[in-house]
Design a protein around this ligand. Structure first.
Ligand code: SAM
Length: 704
């Protein structure tokens, strides 16, 4: 059996492609399992029969409104996913959204996938769409989305036994694929069935009785009728039927989750009950729901877009207009700084966020607003060079994701002599955050208005947003995405964000050396656009000066020296000679980043701090005493903030996560990543690590 690199630390690593034999009839066979990927007779028809028909599809889609979530074991050639998509396209209710999650330990290479695609001409256009977004073979969660088709794929590249514990559910239908139990016994083990049960039990304890109608019950289909699978599913609370298999195959299994079978445990009895909370609406018809998003920067605009695409009517409000705050910079590098092993969750989040962001950029921006010219992180100091070296020794990524470059290679890449080598992100580049925000709000379900919010109050089952001009607006959900102003809109909350002032300097391209790629040293600089280079930004805590400062321009000009000899000469001249400086420096901009202590953004429901404290109080004394209580949240009130200087990279994935939370869909990120970005994490850490008392908490949340 081939061994995939271990992911036990959660560190993202490179996975192996399968070893395949292509039969004369074009069918792929996995040599390590000695098993074909699908029936040699008619794989497409078999897929339809086994997985669609036996899950009651497409009929269930005809009525279904809101997200319909399928989880598959074994993505393989993507045939099951694409045949489901094809049927969804033809049959689903216009208010239904398909979220397909598939787990794969040995992802096919692009070439292998292309070869498999050639077998199914009727799926050609869907294979094209998949191939355009097909991820690098790095372990972890990959989010692919086709909002115009109302289809989303979360591809989890990992062993099923590592992936399943990281899934949240709900799952409305299971496609239990994977090679036959006799050929792949490692996969068909008890933990598989335990997690199938956990993820099928999604409504338990939280949903109204009427959600457990037949259409909403979780169903499951699998090609095998092996005893071990039948018994495993029965033990997991399923009613299992043996039904005729496809073609010459005698039998297969069709099943549905039956909540009265076996002992039931509500989801919040898990080890991490604070990850569960009461949902606001029962039947999730997203199209009849409304949302107000406050703040039209990157966080707000991406959230508004993700919700609008899922059918919600969204009112977007901002006191200053679209992208007038820190998100209004003319150019920003789309890049990430990855840490070595000790911060695996940080890496998991940023790597997934980065890849998601690249897709959003190419989908929404023109070539004038998004330039994937690459980003070069220079090893500009000994410390940075050794950090990069350390990082490369611990992880392995495909070159197209991150490639180490020597000083010579870096110079060739940048078209200009560099001071050092570094890490090159080939697919990255720069984008205009302001243009991105403006493009995001171009959607018929988004209605923007310039308005100042004075208060947010709960009125019966809706939220009421009161405006300074005396008007009030109502919605089912409110998302507060107002960066550093969020605390004043949500009094009594434990969101320890800090404002950090950043000043950019604009340089005249007439007076600078050539540059082909985005450079990062102590500052970043993008290639010229409209005859101007953007350099920066400074980093000042506790500083609310709105005006440009000469001293900060000098700091930026000083950092130019990190990039290479020509830049160093320019830096020295500009700092010494006012004439050079005046010609070179043609403006700047001040913005205020909203940062968090753990460098991860905050996206999720707003918790009721005091009740949260009371619910989990035993954990202050002993972190292992976890009361089985769901998290007390302000139902329907959400935040998205704390993106620091990385909003271009982090905002799209956070928006997808929030949209999934709000619409009750399964999530595009792992449980670990979701927990790492939840607003409640600071409160929980203070309780468990700092052992805060209830009184101390009152001081903290009231800003004391
Ligand atoms: N559903 C696929 C399709 O539509 O092409 C065919 C699936 S093929 C029969 C089985 C898949 O399960 C293979 O791609 C294989 O690599 C994957 N697989 C096998 N064992 C696995 C494991 N332990 N974890 C995750 N994936 C696994």
């Amino acid at each position: 059996m081939p061994q995939a690199p271990t992911t036990s630390s959660g560190q993202t690593t490179l996975l192996e492609h399968p070893d395949l034999t292509w039969r004369d009839d074009g069918q792929p066979v996995a040599n390590d399992f000695d098993d074909p990927y699908f029936s040699v007779e008619n794989g497409l028809e078999e897929s339809r029969y086994v997985f669609l028909h036996n899950n009651g599809l497409p009929q269930r889609w005809q009525q279904w409104q809101g997200p319909f979530c399928i989880t598959e074991t074994g993505f393989g050639t993507g045939l099951n996913f694409l045949m489901a998509w094809q049927s969804f396209r033809q049959n689903a209710h216009p208010d239904c959204w398909l979220h397909f999650t598939s787990i794969e330990k040995f992802p096919m290479s692009l070439t292998q996938l292309q070869q498999a695609a050639a077998l199914w001409p009727e799926l050609a256009d869907l294979y094209d769409k998949l191939l355009q977004q097909y991820p690098q073979p790095t372990a972890g969660f990959h989010s692919l989305c086709w909002p115009e088709e109302r289809v989303q794929l979360t591809l989890v590249l990992a062993d099923v036994h590592d992936a399943l514990p990281q899934l949240h559910g709900p799952v409305h239908a299971w496609f239990l694929d994977g090679f036959a139990p006799s050929r792949n016994p490692d996969m068909w083990q008890q933990p598989l069935f335990d997690h199938i049960r956990r993820l099928s039990n999604h409504g338990q304890g939280f949903l109204d009785q009427d959600e457990h109608t037949e259409t909403h019950q979780t169903t499951l289909a699998t090609f095998t009728a092996a005893g071990i699978v039948r018994r495993g599913l029965k033990g997991a609370g399923f009613k299992v039927s043996k039904v005729p298999g496809y073609g010459r195959k005698r039998e297969m299994l069709s099943a549905y989750y039956h909540r009265t079978t076996g002992p039931e445990r509500p989801a919040h009895f898990s080890k991490t009950p604070w990850l569960h909370w009461q949902r606001s609406t029962s039947a999730a018809n997203t199209h009849s729901q409304t949302a107000i998003v406050i703040g039209a920067g990157l966080a707000g605009c991406t959230t508004a877009r993700a919700l609008a695409e899922r059918g919600l009517q969204v009112q977007l409000l901002d006191k200053d207009g679209i992208a007038e705050g820190a998100s209004g910079n003319p150019q920003g590098g789309v890049y990430i700084k990855l840490a070595a092993n000790d911060q695996a969750t940080h890496t998991d989040f940023y790597l997934a966020a980065y890849q998601t962001s690249l897709k959003w950029m190419s989908r929404l921006l023109s070539s004038d607003e998004w330039r994937p010219c690459g980003v070069l992180q220079l090893g500009w100091s000994e410390k940075e060079a050794s950090r990069q070296c350390n990082f490369l020794n611990k992880v392995s990524y495909p070159d197209s994701l991150i490639k180490p470059l020597t000083q010579q290679q870096a110079s060739a890449q940048a078209d200009c002599e560099m001071a050092a080598g570094g890490l090159f992100f080939e697919q990255a580049g720069w984008a205009s955050p302001a243009a991105f925000c403006k493009a995001l709000v171009q959607h018929p379900n988004i209605h923007f208005q310039t308005a100042t919010v004075s208060q947010i109050v709960r009125e019966e089952s809706q939220w009421q947003v009161q405006l300074n001009d005396g008007r009030t607006l109502n919605a089912d959900h409110v998302v507060v995405a107002t960066a550093n102003s969020t605390r004043s809109l949500l009094p009594n909350n434990h969101l320890p964000t800090k404002s950090i002032r950043g000043q950019l300097s604009y340089l005249s391209a007439e007076h600078t050396p050539a540059l082909n790629t985005v450079l990062c040293g102590r500052s970043y600089m993008a290639p010229p656009h409209n005859q101007r280079l953007v350099l920066g930004a400074t980093y000042n805590l506790n500083d609310d000066e709105q005006q440009l400062r000469d001293a900060d321009h000098s700091t930026n000009l000083g950092y130019l020296a990190d990039f290479g000899p020509a830049w160093k000469t320019l830096s020295e001249a500009a700092l010494k000679d006012p004439e050079v400086r005046n010609k070179l420096l043609i403006g700047g901009r001040v913005g205020f980043r909203c940062t968090t202590p753990d460098y991860l953004p905050i996206a999720g429901p707003v918790v009721m701090d005091q009740s949260f404290f009371d619910s989990y109080q035993p954990m202050v004394k002993n972190a292992k005493t976890v009361p089985p209580q769901p998290a007390p949240v302000h139902t329907g009130l959400w935040v998205n903030l704390g993106h620091g200087s990385r909003g271009l990279c982090s905002a799209p994935l956070c928006a997808e996560v929030l949209a999934a939370e709000i619409t009750g869909s399964s999530l595009p990120v792992s449980k670990t990543v979701r927990e790492a970005i939840l607003p409640s994490r600071f409160l929980l850490r203070d309780m468990v690590r700092r052992k805060v008392s209830r009184d101390e908490l009152s001081d903290i949340v009231s800003g004391g």
